[in-house]
Design a protein around this ligand. Sequence first.
Ligand code: SAM
Length: 312
Amino acid sequence: MAEETTSPAPAPANEWTVRKVLEWTTGHLKKHGSDTPRLDAEILLAFARGCQRIQLYTAYDETLTDAIRGKMRELVQRRAQAEPVAYLVGHREFFSLDFRVTKDVLIPRPDTETLVIEIIEGVKQLAAARHESGDTSPVRVIDLCTGSGCVAVSVAKRSQMAKLKVQITATDISPAALAIAAENAAKHGVQDLITFVEGDLFAPVAADSRFDIIASNPPYIPTAEIATLDAEVAKHEPLLALDGGASGFDVIDRLIAAAPGFAVSKALFLMELSPEQADTASQKLTAAGKYTDITVRRDLAARPRVMKARLP
Ligand SMILES: C[S@@+](CC[C@H](N)C(=O)[O-])C[C@H]1O[C@@H](n2cnc3c(N)ncnc32)[C@H](O)[C@@H]1O
């Protein structure tokens, strides 16, 4: 008599199982230039199936429904056109938090975590000093060019968790980006700690506003370089988030000029830029005549990434 077995019968060779779709997609995306084809395939298939990536591993022999295959086909076609995975699935992790992203916002980069760490460090020091002197006012932070809100929301969340009092103003010139940023603040329960305002740098902020920490990750790519970037960035991310004008310094220069007018005494100025811009930015900060203690902080890959300075 044949032995009974509980394991499922192997799928016929002509059926599209999870395993087969992953293998095929990996090969296809590799051919189309993805640096992480297997990871992309897994993330997209998990999204199409509405499951966690890890759940694919126990479903290798499951045959996909026509609906899931149809969804997967569309995702793979878009990915093969260099559309970033984060836009396809609508979110990206940053600073251990999940952020909603759409094509209206720059995809948060690990490089920017350095800026967040520096802001949080500044908040901690100021909050401790206030605590000692019995001052109960919140530390006032402005995040200019907030995009997805990843910087403002991460700082707010970490401050909330550490019971540090902050009040953050976040600005962006793009109303579509601000809508996503507000969504991200609500998603992480920090909407009461952040005021979002739309406009050009400090323009939407009351002229008599003063901040303890002025921070920004502005657009800083020289216009001519944008076309030379990876297609994922050049073709799909918002130009407004990338384009720093002919030299790359258009917005940086305006920030350096305007920040002193919105700073309390000894305020902290923090600005992300590309490693190649650090020396010039340092000279510009010195030449402005209003900044002291000018240093550059390195990112996780040890590249110069964030300008740090004090206002008088
Ligand atoms: C490099 S992205 C940074 C986004 C986000 N802070 C991050 O770190 O991922 C720059 C952002 O600046 C915004 N922006 C560009 N020019 C601006 C301006 N003149 N005033 C305010 N925001 C601006 C863009 O809409 C974009 O969201």
